[in-house]
Design a protein. Structure first.
Ligand code: SF4
Ligand code: SF4
Length: 167
């Protein structure tokens, strides 16, 4: 199986715009704000769990996705690493950007990165190159109630997130 970072190599800004527009209102439990179940732990884990040194919350941006935030500020800090510093897929070259949200769970929801839109599922390709969405349990130090209680995900959310990773 391939993971999320291996799937997207280079997407243009206009494609990100389309994806963002399509998924702006997609939410894991539909109309219900799942943040009410957990005090938005997937956004706020760092401030809630200071003794957990693994709880640093960053959102990786897909290649080129940093351009979506180039005229935006006030709710995140952006950093980058170079691909020779850390092991990334071969198709990722140069700088890999990530953000830290500075006032979670408040942000400009229309510019949430794809990694945030997709949680709590992430994409994987099987050996026949078929795309699957699976619960994202990698590197997560907190409990997402949707995952732990096996709650049914909203169909519209699943459809749009699938389409997002397919495009
Ligand atoms: S941890 Fe899970 S239930 Fe809580 S806000 Fe995040 S996605 Fe929703
Ligand atoms: S982008 Fe917004 S919703 Fe996503 S983790 Fe940051 S504060 Fe939370």
């Amino acid at each position: 199986m391939q993971n999320v970072k291996e799937m997207k190599s280079s997407i243009r800004k206009k494609d990100y715009l389309k994806i963002y527009n399509m998924t702006n209102n997609a939410s894991p439990l539909g109309e219900f704000n799942c943040g009410e179940l957990c005090d938005s732990i997937c956004c706020t884990v760092e401030s809630q769990n200071k003794e957990d040194i693994y709880s640093e919350m960053v959102l990786y941006l897909l290649p080129g996705e940093e351009e979506m935030l180039e005229h935006e500020s006030g709710w995140f800090e952006m950093y980058y690493e170079t691909t020779d510093e850390i092991e990334y897929p071969d198709s990722w070259d140069g700088e890999v950007y990530y953000i830290k949200c500075t006032n979670p769970p408040y942000c400009n929801r229309k510019l949430r990165p794809i990694q945030c839109r997709s949680f709590p599922v992430s994409p994987h390709l099987d050996k026949d190159n078929n795309l699957h969405l699976i619960f994202d349990v990698d590197d997560v130090t907190y409990q997402c109630p949707i995952i732990s209680d096996k709650l049914d995900l909203d169909e519209d959310f699943l459809r749009k997130i699938y389409k997002m990773w397919e495009s």
